[in-house]
Design a protein around this ligand. Structure first.
Ligand code: ATP
Length: 202
């Protein structure tokens, strides 16, 4: 089976690209969704989070309050590292299991959307990596519009990730999402066609 790793920066357009790929028929795994699933109440990752950060990071229904946890980790680097050390092995295991199952069903090509693929060093997960790139000012503006953060908070979240231009420099395929959606869509569909050919040759 052939795996495309899809990554980029916060609010750079990974979900937008992933939706276009889904509509084109791709099988998609979303690491953010998996990260949600692995912290279901009383799961091993949930228990580790409660032990590490305390019950104050839970909602009344005992699910993890992502906003509270987000506020803690974006102001506290060691806390962010502790959370990542809890989450990454669980998320990786779930991705690997899903890929194995898809291959067992004779799946030929899969897209794995992993926002922090380079930061975590999971490039080997994929046969090729696509980076969704956007110019910095546009990224900041889209993040502000979407999340209702202050400009300082939005900048801090962008700064907490590896530089997006550096990621684009490492990518096998760069999708430029700085312009209108139609421009993005045509790049994605052309790149998908080429990737399907590479997968068939593998
Ligand atoms: P995150 O990882 O932070 O959740 P993401 O990389 O998946 O974000 P999207 O959610 O796809 O990014 O896009 C971020 C925001 O920018 C969304 O509100 C989306 O609607 C908007 N957006 C994405 N692409 C474009 C575009 N080409 N033109 C205008 N707005 C866009």
């Amino acid at each position: 089976m052939y795996v495309i790793g899809l990554t980029g920066g916060i609010a750079s357009g990974k979900s937008t690209v992933s939706k276009i790929l889904f509509e084109a028929g791709a099988f998609i795994l979303d690491a953010d969704q998996i990260a949600h699933d692995v912290v279901k109440p009383h799961s091993p990752a949930w228990a580790d989070i409660v032990n590490t950060f305390g019950k104050a990071v839970l909602c009344t229904d005992r699910t993890v309050d992502r906003r509270k946890l987000g506020n803690i980790i974006f102001q506290d680097e060691p806390a962010r590292k502790r959370l990542e050390a809890i989450m990454h092995p669980h998320v990786r295991q779930c991705i690997d299991e899903n890929l194995t199952e898809y291959a067992r069903q004779d799946g030929k090509i899969a897209v794995v959307d992993v926002p922090l693929l380079y930061e975590v060093g999971w490039q080997q997960l994929a046969n090729e990596v696509w980076v969704v790139y956007v110019e910095r000012d546009t990224q900041l503006q889209r993040l502000l519009n979407r999340n209702g953060l202050s400009p300082a908070q939005a900048r801090a979240r962008i700064a907490a990730q590896m530089d997006l231009a550096a990621k684009a420099g490492l990518a096998d395929v760069v999708i430029d999402n700085s312009r209108e959606l139609q421009y993005t869509r045509s790049q994605v569909l052309a790149a998908w066609k080429q990737a399907v050919k590479r997968a068939a040759l593998q």
